[in-house]
Design a protein around this ligand. Structure first.
Ligand SMILES: C[S@@+](CC[C@H](N)C(=O)[O-])C[C@H]1O[C@@H](n2cnc3c(N)ncnc32)[C@H](O)[C@@H]1O
Length: 210
């Protein structure tokens, strides 16, 4: 990265990948790299984890292109595995509209040609310790950057079960030109949320627009 960006994510590699997942990373992932210009409806999900919400976006929006960004290799491999036929490794039909950017989304967002109708950030790492606050992804500067990539009438949807982070994000939004808007959202419980259900609060969602 040109500017020394603060790392907003933890480990990039976890447990060793199976031969099938390794093959998907080597052979299929390069084909699924997104291209900047696109005139149709486009949705971005940032930090998709294992990708269950990317899949639900893909089936709920068959006419849109869904771009998922995630630097964690095991997460990328989990999504690739879930969208492909285990015998042929071919992408299954409801998931043809998925593209994957396997890195820090801030690299993708350097290109102004990427414009979105919706941008989702579900359960961003809360970095709860005060000394790690600067690692939080949803700083005012980043929210403004997302705003620059939003098409007219577009919206940003943020969900977190960390209420301290939620309040903190609202304070950050106040230092941007984005505003909180109302609107229905259709969201599923992600793996992160299910895993943490017992220990955390119910999620709160924030919808932002111009
Ligand atoms: C707590 S997990 C939540 C995953 C998923 N959204 C869910 O709800 O299950 C946060 C995810 O954001 C990813 N992440 C953090 N910083 C990121 C960045 N700058 N660009 C893309 N993804 C990022 C992490 O790798 C991690 O997978």
């Amino acid at each position: 990265m040109e500017k020394q960006e603060i790392r907003t994510f933890g480990r990039r590699h976890g447990k060793k990948l199976s031969p099938r997942k390794t093959a998907l990373i080597n052979e299929l992932l390069p084909v699924l790299m997104p291209e900047p210009g696109y005139s149709g409806r486009r949705i971005l999900e940032i930090g998709f984890g294992a990708g269950e919400h990317v899949r639900s976006l893909a089936t709920a929006n068959p006419n849109a292109e869904i771009i998922g960004a995630e630097p964690f290799v095991n997460g990328v491999a989990a999504l690739l595995s879930a969208i492909t036929n285990p015998e042929t490794n071919a992408i299954m039909s409801p998931y043809q509209n998925i593209r994957i950017f396997p890195d820090d989304v801030r690299i993708l967002l350097r290109d102004p040609a990427y414009r979105f109708d919706e941008i989702w950030v579900l359960h961003p790492d809360p970095w709860p310790k005060a000394k790690h606050e600067k690692r939080r992804l949803l700083q005012a500067e980043f929210i403004s950057l997302l705003g620059q990539h939003l098409r007219d009438g577009g919206r940003i949807i943020i969900g977190t079960d960390h209420w301290g982070y939620y309040d903190w994000i609202i304070d950050q939004v106040k230092n941007t030109s984005m505003r909180m808007i109302s609107g229905e959202i259709d969201v599923i419980h992600t793996r992160y949320q299910n895993k943490n259900m017992a220990a955390t609060d119910t999620p709160k969602y924030l919808v932002l627009g111009h």
